[in-house]
Write a new protein. Structure first.
Length: 199
């Protein structure tokens, strides 16, 4: 057993209030400084933030943030980019499956036709670029629409697996639901940004 003096010397996790404050301040500072600087090189570096700093660093900053906040939205956008970067073939296949049932969302997302792996990678980068150098609300809407189209395609894939690959169908259904929820969260953040309420 540790005595009280030894126990007090052990560092604990960051206080949740401090973690939230750090998340909000870093997100606001990054977005504001990039938008004020209007520097394409800075924007490119921020798009590649996870490539250079690692997902753990970004997770430490923003992964615990509420979904309808600026750090929560940034976390989802970076995770979306990471997923697309590492699984572009599967993402493009799901997106292609979903396009026919989600024409409007496809138009909002703005993926080039035909939607292949390179096209979905370019979209993920373009969305993050829009956060730092374009209309942030539009970037959020595009990301949300993209998630919804992929979720639709993923649901179709789950349906085609039902009955003969039930375990895979179950996992695919869960992924579709998670993508739909992420899309809804990002879309909800867009009007909040326009109204000055996304902090």
């Amino acid at each position: 057993m540790l005595d009280m003096e030894e126990a007090e010397q052990i560092e604990g996790d960051i206080d949740p209030a401090d973690r939230a404050l750090i998340a909000h301040e870093t997100a606001a500072a990054m977005v504001a400084q990039a938008r004020e600087a209007k520097d394409p090189e800075l924007v490119a570096r921020l798009v590649r933030l996870v490539d250079e700093e690692g997902i753990d660093t970004v997770a430490m900053l923003w992964s615990k943030a509420e979904p309808h906040t600026l750090p929560g939205a940034l976390w989802r956008l970076y995770m979306l980019r990471e997923w697309v970067k590492h699984d572009a073939d599967a993402v493009a296949r799901s997106y292609h499956q979903g396009v026919h049932a989600a024409h409007v969302r496809h138009a909002i997302a703005g993926v080039e036709d035909p939607p292949g792996p390179e096209e979905v990678r370019r979209l993920a980068d373009a969305i993050l670029s829009g956060v730092y150098a374009g209309d942030l609300a539009v970037a959020l809407e595009r990301a949300g629409a993209f998630c919804r189209v992929v979720a639709t395609g993923t649901a179709f894939e789950a349906e085609s697996d039902a009955g003969h690959a039930d375990a895979r169908a179950h996992q695919t259904t869960l992924r579709a639901a998670q993508l739909l929820r992420t899309g809804e969260d990002l879309e909800r953040c867009a009007p909040m940004w326009r109204e000055g309420r996304l902090d």
